[in-house]
Design a protein around this ligand. Structure first.
Ligand code: ADP
Ligand code: ADP
Ligand code: MG
Length: 462
């Protein structure tokens, strides 16, 4: 039984979890840093507890401080959100050792699936195709060069513990691999505290398609796929569900492979299996699993009608899955636009300030997940994601039109965001046709603005 839920996160996801807790009749307690006293999540929660100073290392990443706070406020469960401690097996273990429920899979599963090199091995065992690459982490240069001969160039050197688009380097040939390997290893060591790297063939012209799963430890179901190919620096900017690139035959194979892998490890909780999809051949390859709720989960909620955050809390509390695969169907189309406090005209430089004026779009099929409010002062310490604008409609074409309508209603004064970029992006003919891959957005951003559709400016001023 869960009665008191400690939420160790900030921003829109902390608020999202507070909302799920309230609907479940749980007492929500937000654990926050000194810099986040005045956030909407803290205001909306039943209780709040400060876990340390602004720097994440001393608060949101501070395991002993979180465990102490959980004890002091008599929480019986801990939700880690995404980022921060959400994929830390040490944290999951510490929560369990303190006699509390971790809202997510067991530490052993995070160990196995959160480690990208190990997850590849597990996928192979479960019969899921992976990108050709090294069978496990590569040690010395000699081993890397010989593996690379089989894998083929260009290839990627990827940190086993990487995430958030960081810890990935390209090697075009043996010379570059020789140069990049030691750099990649020391970078991985300093960024993730784990210097292991592995090699993966670079799949050109791929689409990023991922499958949402939910397991209760015995059985797993999928909630279909999300298309997340529109990325900058390997970070998603715009996501949709379903994917415009796959038909029902491929959808079935892809989603069933995700369920097979989740069941193979006895997965408990919400999780996402990420794949690269080659449109020319119809092949898909597993790349990694995220053992947590993801930023873009709302598009899946919109097209399936299920509340994933509620469901992940229920399975963590020990409730068996109450739904069968056949209960989950796709309806309509959903799009998420990430509104980051960054200036797209100045190389996405972080933009900071106080919200002076804020008008959210509302009306049919519009959902906003955000911690912004008028008077809110953005702290400079954290991720730039400040809002997610999600729209739903009965078809992709209608959803794109609705996205434009919603952005036209939106008004923000105080700092620059990526809202205006999304307004132009959705008018692009390739985006309208659903014809893009993982490098499309970077190419599009490099074009002169005069190439792009002429649209009404989004009202978003400094
Ligand atoms: P999603 O698919 O949910 O967007 P991301 O991999 O982008 O997943 O991660 C979500 C959040 O967590 C982002 O804010 C990202 O910067 C952060 N994040 C994820 N993994 C790591 C990591 N290993 N190190 C630092 N930040 C991470
Ligand atoms: P992270 O843990 O940082 O999310 P991923 O392994 O999920 O890292 O890769 C992030 C992005 O990098 C993918 O969405 C894709 O755009 C690109 N990418 C990853 N692996 C490959 C690959 N083998 N070939 C081409 N692009 C890749
Ligand atoms: Mg990823």
């Amino acid at each position: 039984m869960i009665r008191r839920l400690l939420i160790v996160n900030r921003g829109e996801i902390a608020l999202r979890i507070v909302r799920a807790a309230r609907e479940l009749g749980l007492v929500s307690i937000v654990a926050h840093s000194d810099a986040d006293v005045d956030t909407l999540a803290v205001h909306q929660a039943d209780e709040a507890v400060c876990i340390g100073p602004a720097q994440a290392a001393k608060s949101y990443l501070n395991i002993p401080a979180v465990i102490e706070a959980a004890r002091n406020c008599q929480a019986d469960a801990v939700h880690p959100g995404y980022g921060f401690l959400s994929e830390s097996p040490e944290f999951a273990r510490a929560v369990k050792d303190a006699g509390l429920i971790f809202i997510g899979p067991d530490a052993d599963i995070i160990d196995r699936m959160g480690d990208k090199a190990m997850a590849r091995q597990t996928a192979i065992e479960a019969g899921v195709p992976v990108v050709p690459g090294s069978p496990h982490a590569v040690e010395g240069l000699e081993e890397a060069l010989s593996v690379a001969e089989d894998v083929g160039y260009p290839l990627l050197i990827k940190a086993a513990a990487g995430g958030g688009g960081r810890g990935i380097r390209v090697a075009e040939d043996a010379e570059m691999l020789t140069k990049q390997l030691p750099l990649a290893k020391s970078e991985a060591q300093s960024a993730f505290g784990d210097g292991r790297v592995y090699l993966e063939r670079f799949i050109a012209r791929a689409r990023h398609i991922e499958v949402q799963v939910l397991g209760d430890g015995k059985r797993a179901v999928h909630f279909f796929e999300r298309e997340c190919s529109l990325q900058r620096r390997r970070q998603k900017m715009f996501e949709e569900a379903p994917s415009p690139a796959i038909d029902s035959t491929i959808r079935k194979r892809l989603c069933e492979s995700a369920v097979a892998l989740a069941e193979h490890v006895g997965y408990l909780g919400a999780g996402t299996l990420e794949y690269l999809f080659d449109e020319k051949t119809g092949e898909f390859f597993f790349i990694e699993m995220n053992t947590r709720i993801q930023v873009e989960h709302p598009v899946t909620e919109m097209v399936t009608g299920f509340d994933l955050v509620r469901a992940m809390i229920q399975v963590a509390a020990g409730e068996p899955l109450s739904i069968a695969q056949n209960d989950i169907t796709l309806r309509g189309w959903a799009i998420e636009m990430r509104i980051n406090a960054e200036d797209p005209d100045h190389d996405f430089f972080p933009s900071l300030g106080t919200v002076k004026k804020l008008v959210w779009p509302t009306g049919p099929g519009v959902r906003i997940d955000s911690g912004l409010y008028e008077g809110y002062k953005m702290p400079p310490f954290y991720d730039s994601l400040v809002a997610k604008l999600i729209v739903w409609d009965d078809s992709r074409e209608h959803a794109l039109t609705r996205a434009g309508r919603a952005l036209d209603e939106f008004q923000l004064q105080g700092f620059t965001t990526t809202a205006g970029l999304h307004r132009r992006l959705i008018e692009d003919s390739a985006v309208k046709a659903g014809a893009f891959d993982t490098v499309f957005l970077e190419r599009w951003l490099a074009e002169p603005a005069s190439n792009h559709a002429n649209v009404k400016e989004v009202i978003n001023e400094q």
